[in-house]
Design a protein. Structure first.
Length: 453
């Protein structure tokens, strides 16, 4: 009975995936997928009824045109109206379970009602119903319910179809009093309107077998859907804590990420910081400080990412970003310096806004250094962090602090600036070069370039 537990519970004892234990955001994503499936089901049903109607309109009629009962146009019209109504409701609202069950009953009920009317239209005995190939459309209605990824609706469709066919057989064998037209001769069954009970039993068994097979397959597929949605949601959440490129590398990694794994790349490292932040933090409340940091980061981070930068980490008011570390880049230095230009322009505009609002304007520093770095995972098995390590990382941090000594807002090493020019950077204005500068923590003097005075 494991297949039944999978259908009803959506999982197995070894790997349960009950929807009730999933986070609400994951369940919301699954419901969204199901809502789109209902729209797809509606369009397929509309295509089926239009196809059937077209075939009926162009095919030659084999019944007398003066018969009083011509149910096909009425049935197709009713089904077309219901399908359009259902499709419109699916676009506007989430269809409730009772409506979905009603839709299944109407689908199969209209089909069987149409089949029942044929023996009147063609003036044949009731057993004529059981010969009609229109029964094959039942399997389309059962298969359609699989698009929703809920096995219970497949089971309901199959159960309604099987029960409806049994009622049709009961109607046929009781229609003629004293002459149910039942035969045990297979040839007579195929060449006349006689009823072969075994053949009708086979049809019911086929309907139920297909229903169970589809439901079991769907229960297994739903487990994959739930996992896929959960992992997709987790990947989107990861991108809020990691750079999107890092999140993608984690979710697409063929092997589990382990500490100590890393790659060596040529990259540009940028550090951004608010000058005088420590004194400011002592003057404002915690809420005001956090709002300030949030506004600061929300203004600058998108600019860094727009220039192919990856945020490595936030260090209080500091932002450490890398260019070409997560993915190799032939323009990492140029991207970093373009990002500095954008950050400095945004910082100046923000200071103007704060000054106009009566708040203290903020001075933001930035610095860029280039070189060979290692990008990889550090930590232990229980807690990992992707980061960048190398001389360029340390030098960028020291240059950001040194900008205050130089009384400028943004600096870069001469090597970084020249690399950026070689990569296509076109500075908006000539940059000042300062040679032989002593930087705290750096052994030899450095040639620096002022990116923003």
């Amino acid at each position: 009975m494991q297949w039944l537990s999978e259908i009803l519970g959506g999982g197995t004892a070894s790997a349960p995936v009950p929807d009730a234990t999933l986070p609400e955001r994951v369940r919301a994503a699954i419901r969204s997928q199901q809502d789109r499936s209902e729209i797809l089901i509606g369009w397929i049903q509309l295509a089926v009824v239009l196809t059937f109607g077209t075939l009926y309109a162009v095919s030659p009629k084999t019944f007398m045109m003066n018969v009083k009962i011509q149910p096909v146009p009425w049935a197709l019209g009713a089904y077309f109206f219901f399908t359009v109504l259902r499709l419109g409701l699916a676009y506007r609202w989430r269809l409730p379970a009772w409506f979905l069950i009603l839709s299944i009953v109407i689908d199969i009920g209209l089909l069987y009602g149409l089949m029942w009317s044929f023996h009147l239209q063609y003036r044949q005995p009731a057993s004529f119903i059981l010969k009609e190939p229109t029964l094959l459309y039942v399997f389309i209605f059962i298969a359609l319910r699989a698009l929703r990824f809920e096995a219970r609706y497949v089971l309901i469709a199959g159960g309604v179809a099987a029960a409806g066919w049994l009622l049709m057989v009961l109607y046929v064998v009781t229609d003629v009093k004293g002459d149910p037209m039942i035969t045990h001769n297979y040839v007579e069954y195929l060449t006349s309107n006689s009823v072969l009970v075994g053949a009708e039993f086979d049809k019911v068994v086929s309907i139920l077998t297909v229903t169970i097979v589809v439901a079991v397959a769907l229960a297994r597929a739903r487990r994959l859907l739930v996992r896929a949605v959960a992992e997709g949601t987790a990947a989107r959440e990861l991108s809020r804590f990691f750079a999107p490129e890092v999140a993608r590398s984690i979710t697409r990694a063929e092997q589990q990420v382990r500490p100590g794994q890393g790659v060596i790349r040529d990259a540009a490292i940028m550090n951004v910081d608010i000058r005088g932040f420590t004194g400011l933090a002592a003057e404002v409340s915690a809420d005001e400080l956090m709002k300030l940091l949030n506004e600061y980061q929300s203004r600058l981070v998108p600019l860094i990412r727009d220039h192919n930068g990856s945020i490595d980490k936030f260090l209080g008011d500091g932002i450490l970003a890398s260019f070409g570390a997560v993915r190799p880049s032939a323009s990492c230095a140029a991207d970093a310096l373009r990002a500095v230009e954008a950050v400095m322009a945004a910082a100046e505009a923000w200071s103007v806004e704060r000054r106009a609002a009566g708040a203290t304007p903020l001075s933001i520093n930035a610095a860029v250094a280039t070189g060979r770095i290692i990008h990889g995972a550090v930590g232990d098995a229980s807690r990992l962090e992707y980061t960048v390590i190398g001389d360029a990382v340390n030098l960028s941090a020291k240059l950001e602090k040194h900008a205050k000594v130089e009384k400028v807002r943004a600096l870069a090493t001469r090597e970084a600036y020249e690399a950026a020019l070689a990569q296509g950077l076109a500075p908006a204005a000539p940059c000042e070069h300062r040679a032989g500068r002593a930087v705290a923590g750096v052994e030899l003097p450095l040639d620096l370039v002022v990116l923003a005075p």
